[in-house]
Design a protein around this ligand. Sequence first.
Ligand code: ADE
Ligand code: ZN
Length: 339
Amino acid sequence: MDLTDFIRGMPKSENHVHLEGTLEAEMKFALAKRNGMDLPFADVAAMKASYVYHDLPSFLAIYYDGMKVLQKEPDFYDLTYAYLAKAASQNVIYTEMFFDPQEHLKRGVAMADVIGGITRARHDAEQALGIRSQLILCFVRDLSAESAMEALDAALPFKADLVGVGLDSDEAGNPPEKFREHFAKARAHGLKVTAHCDVDQIDTLQNLRTVLTDLSLDRIDHGGNIVQSPELVAIAKERGIYFTVCPTFSGTLRRTEEVPVDIVRAMLDAGLNVTISSDDPAYMGSEYMDDVLIRAVERSALTREDLITIARNGFESAWLPEADKAAMVARLDAYVNAA
Ligand code: ADE
Ligand code: ZN
């Protein structure tokens, strides 16, 4: 079996995908129509042609503008179900999905509608398609700490529908310690904690150190610059930290040549626990899990063994009971043995 077919058939976990980043142009038009909104694009092709960015802020401007069509509970349902159906069609059997509630609260959408629509779709997709999923509330780090706390407080009545909190958006001037109290409160309520450390950001190594040591987070999203610091690599390995790496976006953000080789390759070679995900596929050429992995084979010189390690890491890093993770790893092992 060639590696492309091997990837397509492999049971997978996706642990770094922003639901609002799966909002395809076609659905944006459909939701705008349903909600009586006008969009400043003639058609899908024109909208997609506007998805041009060169760094994190220019990406985020497009991403936040696009999500304004999400207004009502059924919009969040449709968005989530469409992603889960796509993922299930690529043998993603488990996924942990981010969402950015502050952006929706700002527009007057109720937290109950955001989490309610997503949760209803999660349950329906599990019933109909067999894909299991959980939800991670992201703090939008360039909004105020107060705004993030308001979102957390508004979400806590629904904490049974959440598995953790995360930290995304623009890192410049918004270090992880800005959210120290939020992380502590989330943990006190039984939630896991992760944070984006996007590639080649200002203070990137300092922020990696903070999340690894001071804040002692449970996972790191992206985090590729860690290979520049043998000391931080050693700490991450000692702590058994998993990294949710999104090579499509990391490739866009690369600004320096200080990381000499491909990030996924460098992280694997450093002995770090790497998983691979699609991040914001609707804004990244509609490349979902299989597409990202297939591209990574070339880009990062992945072998069959690397792919199996990455898939196993996806399950082992999941925020699930040990027995459930073991059952998913067993499914992967059975696939590998039969392939
Ligand atoms: N929001 C959506 N995708 C993101 C990313 N990759 N980094 C930071 N914020 C994001
Ligand atoms: Zn991300």
